[in-house]
Write a protein that binds this ligand. Sequence first.
Ligand SMILES: *[C@@H]1O[C@H](CO)[C@@H](O)[C@H](O)[C@H]1NC(C)=O
Ligand SMILES: *[C@@H]1O[C@H](CO)[C@@H](O)[C@H](O)[C@H]1NC(C)=O
Ligand SMILES: *[C@@H]1O[C@H](CO)[C@@H](O)[C@H](O)[C@H]1NC(C)=O
Ligand SMILES: *[C@@H]1O[C@H](CO)[C@@H](O)[C@H](O)[C@H]1NC(C)=O
Length: 286
Amino acid sequence: MRILILLLCFKAFDQALSKAWLPPPQNIHFDSWQLTWTNATKDTNVSYTVEYKSSNIDWEVVPACDHITVNSCNVSFMKASAEHGCAMLRVQAERHGLTSIPVEACSIHGDTCIPEPHLTTRPGSMTIHLSRNHSLAVDYADHAKHMVYFGREGQPLEEYKAASSSVTINDLEEGQRYCVKVEYIVYYEPKGLASCVQCELIPVADSKHTAKIIAGVVAILVLVVVVPITAYILIFHSKKIKQCLGPPYEMPEVLEQFHEQYITLMPSSPSDEPCNVITSITSTAQ
Ligand SMILES: *[C@@H]1O[C@H](CO)[C@@H](O)[C@H](O)[C@H]1NC(C)=O
Ligand SMILES: *[C@@H]1O[C@H](CO)[C@@H](O)[C@H](O)[C@H]1NC(C)=O
Ligand SMILES: *[C@@H]1O[C@H](CO)[C@@H](O)[C@H](O)[C@H]1NC(C)=O
Ligand SMILES: *[C@@H]1O[C@H](CO)[C@@H](O)[C@H](O)[C@H]1NC(C)=O
């Protein structure tokens, strides 16, 4: 009895190890209804099985790609059999009865059920540009969203946010690479393939560098513009400058004449004072 249990345990342990030992296929890419991947191992006699899953159905084997020994599979049947052609795909390797873990496929190009995010970065932040206007949104309105997976390069991506449109992630470490993948979800259920993982470097804000550039530009401006203008003014317009700086004003002619007249009209003695003129004004008023 004990021996039997021990044997069973050993078999389970052995199987668990074997699963881990058979490396899964890699780089499983979907493009134009063709699924391709790279070999799990260099060993021969490895076969691959492709499975698909459309909404509410469990994983099913793609009949044309059951235990195949080539590295690609034509999955154009999905166009007709799955709703909108929206299905997830995964590939499993098998060798002498041992199976690898299944690995889900991703797509580099966007399609009806596949988002195509574009990443932009700034010091400390990354923006994942997503279109609000996609085919699933037409059918499911706000129930169709993008599920954004996010993480540092080399670490597993984690669910970050279910978003209708673009997402900006702040407070990221500068000089560090971060990765993103996005899939459509409808009522929080994945719909179709995810975009393949994209990674970007968060640039470093080099404030000293910026300051140097600004200082350089200012110095060039001074040399090219301000110095020649100043020199020109000093050399060719020194007279004007002197005039400007000199005694303020020459009296205009009119004023000068007036000045002379005024001087001639000035009473020569107190008896000639302008009392006479005032009398004449009074008589007019009467
Ligand atoms: C991958 O495996 C297939 C079939 O098992 C084989 O024909 C092909 O040469 C292998 N390619 C590489 C790069 O190992
Ligand atoms: C591959 O499998 C076939 C049949 O399953 C077998 O005849 C052959 O010896 C195997 N080759 C290797 C290298 O294991
Ligand atoms: C995939 O299969 C479909 C239908 O069987 C065929 O029309 C199409 O040309 C195939 N695609 C490739 C790349 O072989
Ligand atoms: C996106 O919007 C444009 C017009 O604004 C429309 O022509 C196009 O079909 C829409 N795309 C999708 C996938 O709904």
